[in-house]
Write a protein that binds this ligand. Sequence first.
Ligand SMILES: [Zn+2]
Length: 240
Amino acid sequence: MKQFNAATDLLQNAKHLIALTGAGISKESNVPTFRGKDGLWKQYNAMDLATPQAFHRNPQLVWEWYTWRQELIAKCEPNPAHLTLAKWEHNGLLKTLITQNVDGLHRRAGSTQILEVHGNLWTLKCTKCTYQSRLSQPTQGIPLCPECQSNLRPDVVWFGESLPSSIMDQVFKELQTADIIVVVGTSALVQPAASFPLIVKQNGGQILEVNVETTPLTTSADIHLTGKAGEVLPQLDKLL
Ligand SMILES: [Zn+2]
């Protein structure tokens, strides 16, 4: 409880609060990890499907995999952690949400100020021109660009690709402005996201970590709250 009160103080005094979320928050909504151990697709691993080369070789196969993922995710619901973060944005507490997740659950929960560093499964982009569009339901077959008839692809960051620079510019601006970063459900192992909280800290800000277990970030965190995000965040919200 002492930790909770300290966390509440931190949040109440925040001038520019941002959040970073990772796979843990999606897991609580039963979003599969898609690392290739899932039934139908177990003969493939993500490295064989989530690369520009794989898409060039066999766009049909890659799209089948993404359609299957979209169908599974469409059945998942945002959990209380997603909803609390959306509430904090709407009441002005949370300025920006940075996420490594591609499932779109934050948007479905009502968040709008989202920086998706790995892209989003529900956004398409053209492989040739600048066309982009947002999906409301799973794709069927290989979607084609209405502007140039080239194949559209999921607007996600594949292995071997760099993170979108326009998003990263905004992320770094936020990291430099933030005085508090809430880090939720991320193992803090995958770069560059693992270093995001440390950038806030280097700029004099503080880190509030929420995770079911300790992580490599925990020793740098000013406050660590152990537990499921879907329980800890609503609990914090009640104390605000
Ligand atoms: Zn096009």
